[in-house]
Design a protein around this ligand. Structure first.
Ligand code: OSB
Ligand code: MG
Length: 372
């Protein structure tokens, strides 16, 4: 890095989603998270966003474990080491096992700061070339089938490039059949968030006639072996989400035949550097990737957009527009989706300004760490 760190500010925010988001693991409506602000000696400011939820239902991390990791370990490592490039953090943080979402929040702020020091966009700094990206939308489990069909119709009309539907045992094959009948040509996929086991093979085989793009994480959050067995038994491509935390995990899953697609989430894999490594590995091995989402506010959304500018992101991701999630987002302008596409900003760093008024409005606590 050209200029050394002077200060890190941890902003703890609470924002409320426009609508509750229901998956096989539960419902999220209030979102507590951190915005990390990294300030250098010249006054440049980089921003990162943490993605762990309040409960460990998706993976093991939570808002509290994120806070603990940052306060008690990661800041110390930043204070004791000189960073020449954001990639250094993946080695510096390696002695701390897992806790990838905590690492990614800090690393994201450093990547944004790095791009700003270099007077370039974050996408550019990562090696991305796209000036616009295709996006889909992830829809939670709805109270009734009628609600679901209406919601899908609205987003298809708005141009989203594919529709992802959450499923769980008892809300799967019949629902998807009904959806397929109403939307014969729409690219549709399903996400189970690890709700099934190998005992469900015969049931999951019924999905094959629905022409789904893929089924995401049908089996256990920590499994890649059973997924290989399931993939042999079904034609629907399997996409892994929860099971992939590193390029090593991606390599093993691909070698075993556990999946044909990978959902890359920056937080889940420990940051942009590891996300790019997984992307590069998948490009080399002809595996499609797309960028997942964690119901992010604007800063996290901007990072997802920058990552998706890399050439291997060949499938529409889950980065829907700000207004789908929030009445008011914390960036200016907000993320806008036009006919299923987001125009990638070319401004330096994440490319969006922070709306400090909105940031302050949603802030419930603030911690300063000085580097002198
Ligand atoms: O499994 O991809 C998932 C949201 C929360 C936790 C896990 C997942 C999701 C989504 C929504 O599918 C993605 C988004 O719109 O940000
Ligand atoms: Mg998922």
């Amino acid at each position: 890095m050209e200029f050394p760190l002077k200060e890190i500010i941890l902003h703890q925010l609470r924002m409320t989603l426009n609508n509750p988001f229901t998956t096989s693991f539960g419902t999220v409506q209030d979102k507590d998270f951190f915005i990390i602000e990294a300030i250098d000696s010249e006054g440049n400011r980089g921003y990162g966003e943490s993605v762990a939820f309040s409960t460990p239902w998706y993976t093991e991390e939570t808002v509290q474990t994120t806070k603990h990791m940052i306060n008690d370990f990661l800041i110390k490592i930043l204070r004791e080491n000189q960073i020449t490039h954001p990639d250094d953090l993946s080695y510096l943080f390696a002695p701390i096992k897992r806790n990838n979402m905590a690492k990614a929040a800090i690393e994201g702020a450093i990547w944004d700061l790095y791009a700003k020091q270099k007077n370039t966009s974050l996408g550019n700094a990562l090696g991305g070339k796209r000036t616009s990206i295709d996006v889909g939308i992830s829809l939670g489990i709805q109270p009734t089938i009628k609600d679901l069909l209406q919601t899908i119709d609205k987003h298809v009309q708005n141009g989203y490039k594919r529709i992802k539907l959450k499923i769980k045992p008892g809300y799967d094959v019949d629902v998807l059949k009904e959806v397929r009948n109403h939307f014969p040509d729409t690219p549709i996929m399903a996400d189970a968030n690890s709700a099934y086991t190998l005992n469900d093979i015969e049931h999951l085989k019924k999905l094959d006639e629905l022409n789904l793009m893929m089924i995401e994480q049908p089996l256990a959050h920590d499994d890649i072996v059973d997924h290989a067995e399931l993939q042999k038994a079904i034609n629907t491509p399997i996409c892994l989400d929860e099971s992939i935390h590193s390029v090593a995990d991606a390599r093993k899953a691909i070698q075993l035949g556990s999946c044909k697609v990978i959902n890359i989430k920056i937080g889940r894999v420990g940051g942009l550097t590891e996300a790019k490594r997984i992307h590069d590995y998948c490009v080399k091995h002809n595996v499609d990737v797309w960028c997942g989402g964690m119901l992010e506010a604007g800063v996290g959304r901007a990072h997802n957009i920058a990552l998706t500018t890399l050439s291997g992101f060949t499938m529409p991701g889950d980065t829907a527009g700000s207004s789908h999630y929030w009445k008011k987002d914390i960036i200016d302008p907000e993320v806008v989706v036009d006919n299923g596409q987001i125009h990638v900003p070319s401004n330096h760093g994440i490319g969006y300004e922070i709306d400090h008024k909105a940031l302050d409005q949603f802030t419930v606590a603030k911690h300063h760490f000085s580097f002198t």
